[in-house]
Design a protein around this ligand. Structure first.
Ligand code: NAI
Ligand code: OAA
Length: 336
């Protein structure tokens, strides 16, 4: 009887649409002991859709996991440390979020992180192909523009690549655009809706201010200044931290929002939309971020390019050669 009632509750109509709800997903964070990994894991521990939170890093995960496990939310927490425990951390994960790798110091570009981080992504993607080939994978590690194509190639080689399940996390660009525009317009940033498309570095970050809701009112000079601020916001934080790393807290917030949206999609919620860097045929760059509808199998529908004005078309033209170069570098690395 109890079983029957539970099943009935799980399948009954929720807010007007009928769908089977799961509410018990395993999420693995790779790089869980880091500046992003710890607050991200904290936020995920607080997500009611997560039933099992697996923390993986090459250092400190027993401590981080012990600490988080004392929080009175429903999910269980496990710590896994070192490459020999990566498989167990990933086993049957529904969502894998990856902030593993080194961050920038002042004077560096995101591309300067390639030499260290490319190998980290290759190795984690390789283990994903064995331990959780159906997981939705969200890559935070920089350079995102290159790390996502690396993971795609590794998963392809293993014969398990599904372009609907691999995402580069560019949510922080959207979060920043909302924060800056909210402040400029004097409105709650949570009410600001703006697509930020392209990639996740400098000129490849394309805030489409012409499509902002509520409408952004400002002359062209103000719009150009705001565009550059959004494109360079990561560097703003790197400079302010003066050698102590890059954005961690705002990234944890953004990463938790994106992972939360993946989980909502998996859970059958309708109308979950996020911008994310995915395999794409929307432009001549084979990976590109546009607004996406997320669903039970990850990317459900790519909503394509928003309407661009002439200024935004020029931004796009400037972004594409850089993006294509970044993507090619990843493909070559993975196939070397
Ligand atoms: N996508 C985005 O919008 C953003 C991306 N990032 C990127 O996120 C990455 C992490 O940044 P932070 O957390 O600040 O760095 P961090 O140095 O504080 O933490 C990185 C963690 O990764 C771990 N790690 C290193 N090698 C590993 C491996 N092979 N397997 C698993 N874990 C490993 C380290 O032990 C450390 O705990 C950087 O590449 C950074 O550039 C940062 C901010 C925004
Ligand atoms: O700027 C960095 O190196 C970290 C990052 O990607 C961001 O904050 O957007």
């Amino acid at each position: 009887m109890l079983k029957q009632v539970t099943k009935q509750l799980a399948t009954q109509s929720v807010r007007g649409f009928s769908t089977t709800k799961q509410n018990n997903f395993k999420v693995t964070v790779c790089g869980a002991s880091g500046g992003i990994g710890q607050p991200l894991s904290l936020l995920l521990k607080n997500n009611p859709l997560v039933s099992n939170l697996a923390l993986y890093d090459i250092v400190h995960t027993p401590g981080v996991a012990a600490d988080l496990s004392h929080i009175d939310t429903q999910s269980t927490t496990e710590g896994h440390m070192g490459p020999e425990q990566l498989g167990k951390a990933l086993k049957n994960a529904d969502v894998v979020v990856i902030p593993a790798g080194v961050p920038r110091k002042p004077g560096m570009t995101r591309d300067d992180l390639f030499n260290v981080n490319a190998g980290i992504i290759r190795d984690i993607a390789n283990e994903i192909s064995k331990s959780c080939p159906k997981a939705l994978v969200a890559i935070i590690t920089n350079p995102v523009n290159t790390c996502v194509p690396i993971a795609a190639e590794i998963l392809k080689k293993a014969g398990v690549y599904d372009p609907k399940r691999l995402f580069g996390v560019s949510t922080l660009d959207v979060v920043r655009a909302r924060a800056f525009i909210g402040a400029a317009l004097g409105v709650n940033p949570q009410q600001v809706d703006i697509p930020v498309i392209g990639g996740h570095s400098g000129v490849t970050i394309l805030p489409i201010i012409s499509q902002c809701q509520p409408a952004f009112k400002g002359d062209q000079a103000t719009i150009e200044k705001l565009t550059v601020r959004i494109q360079e916001a990561g560097t703003e934080v790197v400079k302010a931290k003066a050698g102590a790393g890059s954005a961690t807290l705002s990234m944890a917030y953004a990463g938790a929002r994106f992972a939360g949206s993946l989980l909502k999609g998996l859970n059958g919620e309708n109308g979950v939309v996020e911008c994310s860097y995915v395999q794409s045929d929307i432009t001549e760059a084979s990976f590109f971020s546009t607004p996406l509808i997320l669903g039970k199998n990850g990317l459900q529908e790519n909503l394509g390019l928003p309407k661009l004005n002439d200024f935004e078309k020029k931004l796009l033209a400037a972004a594409l050669p850089e993006l294509k170069k970044n993507i090619q570098k990843g493909i070559e690395f993975a196939n070397a």
